[in-house]
Design a protein around this ligand. Structure first.
Ligand code: ADP
Ligand code: MG
Length: 439
């Protein structure tokens, strides 16, 4: 058994880890930490819930010096994830003198400016707000030595890539940079070569996106029957559950329904005020709410260890998102369950996802004896959509409308920045500006 100590971490950091009760490093931590400490770039692909945050955060904490300017920059796609990473770093770094701040849209500038004025060594940011700070000079990147892109395949995808390259151009060239995600399509890996210097890559096989511990099943039903089944599935839940919906509107609707049925549910979607988003996440993380109804704003990175069930109330718009959504359960080696509701019109989308699930998948129609009677025109399996068969070669920049499939019809954003935002567009095409967030 390898111990954290053997990875080259110093006593202050080891004390922080001990306080958290971590007994031994998880495999991605054991793999990545020594490489980062040696100053080499990394691509770290590992399953959801496998401890990628500590992999980059521990190495960064060790390499950064107190009172030496902003040396560490971590970027994440959503505000909630950025805040979560900050909280983790504070715990790991409890016995170090390293200070960390979250820079994200929706929060007043004042709080962030005050924190920056007092001095910080690590900034965890969503790209839009970081650019605001860079433009007004409240953050400078000249002292940066370590950069992380968490959920890197999203960060290098079209919705964010212009912002990311703008930011990276301002940082010194001789930095250690690393990328993390549970999904790492070939196109993204290729693109990452522009930013990384001879990285050491830790990759999963394209057949192994599900990981262990999640008991996956699906049920094909009429859209109007979904609510009834939702209630049946969440009633027996003892701990917590996340229900993912395809749009903000559906998210609000499902949450309303659940309230009417006296469930203790909270909702999160990108049009809510930042105050409400934080309230929601606070209630869910503290266990004051049992059910989180969410758009894909909560599909990546969010770590709430007590989630035992994920319900895809709607089939995700993009195949890799399926693995991120279900990965909100079964964190850190725990067990969990994921149930996907497939409406008749989503059967084609679901079949695309299903082909990528290489672990046993339970057919609840069979198990529960529920007949499907799909009207003829909808039986088609969407032949127009290209499918490469393997996730790495199939990250849709080509065949489908782009990395996030249809998700941007619900609005779009680079991150959750208020104000004008770039809309998702074809690679090389012009960006237009819209006002609502993607999720
Ligand atoms: P990922 O980013 O890979 O999805 P996280 O970094 O969010 O995963 O970690 C998932 C969970 O595992 C968190 O609750 C974290 O506290 C826990 N964890 C991380 N490393 C360890 C470890 N070495 N031992 C025990 N728990 C750990
Ligand atoms: Mg993560």
């Amino acid at each position: 058994m390898t111990e954290f100590k053997e990875l080259g971490l110093n006593d202050d950091i080891l004390k922080g880890i001990k306080d958290l009760g971590y007994k031994e490093p998880f495999p991605i931590q054991e793999a990545v930490i020594p490489v980062l400490l040696a100053g080499r770039d990394v691509v770290g692909q590992a399953h959801t819930g496998s401890g990628k945050t500590a992999a980059f955060a521990l190495a960064m904490l060790q390499k950064i010096k107190p009172r030496n300017g902003i040396q560490g920059l971590i970027m994440a796609p959503t505000r909630e994830l950025a805040m979560q990473i900050t909280e983790e770093i504070k715990k790991f770094g409890k016995y170090t003198k390293i200070r960390v701040v979250t820079v994200y849209g929706g929060q007043g500038m004042g709080i962030q400016l005050d924190a920056l004025d007092r001095g910080v060594e690590i900034v965890v940011a969503t790209p839009g707000r970081l650019i605001d700070h860079l433009k007004r000079g409240s953050i400078e990147l000249r002292d940066i030595t370590h950069i992380v892109l968490d959920e890197a395949d999203t960060m290098l995808d079209m919705g964010f890539i212009d912002d990311i390259s703008f930011i990276l151009d301002l940082a010194p060239e001789d930095r250690v940079m690393s990328l993390y995600s549970a999904t790492m399509p070939t196109e993204i890996l290729r693109l990452s070569e522009e930013y990384l210097n001879n990285p050491k890559q830790f990759l999963l096989s394209a057949d192994d996106l599900s990981g262990d511990g999640i008991d996956q099943s699906f049920l094909v039903i009429k859209d109007r029957d979904k609510f009834k089944y939702l209630i049946d599935f969440i009633k027996p839940i003892k701990r917590q559950c996340i229900v993912f919906c395809s749009t903000k509107y559906r998210t609000r609707d499902v949450a309303k329904f659940l309230h009417q049925e006296k469930f203790n549910a909270v909702a999160i979607e990108g049009d809510m005020s930042q105050h409400r988003r934080e309230q929601t996440m606070g209630k869910f993380r503290s266990g004051k709410a049992d059910i989180l109804v969410a758009t894909d704003v909560a599909s990546r990175g969010i770590d709430v260890p007590t989630v035992e069930l994920v319900i895809n109330y709607d089939v995700p718009n993009q195949e890799l998102l399926y693995f991120h959504r279900i990965g909100r359960t079964a964190r850190a080696g725990a067990k969990g369950k994921a149930i996907t509701f497939v409406s008749y019109s989503s059967v084609g989308d679901w079949n695309i996802i299903k082909r990528q699930i290489k672990v046993p998948l339970e057919d609840l129609n069979q198990k529960m004896g529920i007949q499907i009677s799909i009207p003829d025109p909808l039986k088609r399996q969407m032949p127009s959509r290209r499918y490469g068969g393997q996730s790495r070669s199939n990250y849709s920049r080509g065949g489908r409308s782009g990395g996030y499939g249809r998700s941007h019809r619900d609005g779009d954003s680079r991150d959750d920045r208020g104000g004008g935002r770039k809309r998702y567009s074809d690679r090389g095409g012009k960006n237009s500006y819209g006002g609502r967030s993607r999720w």
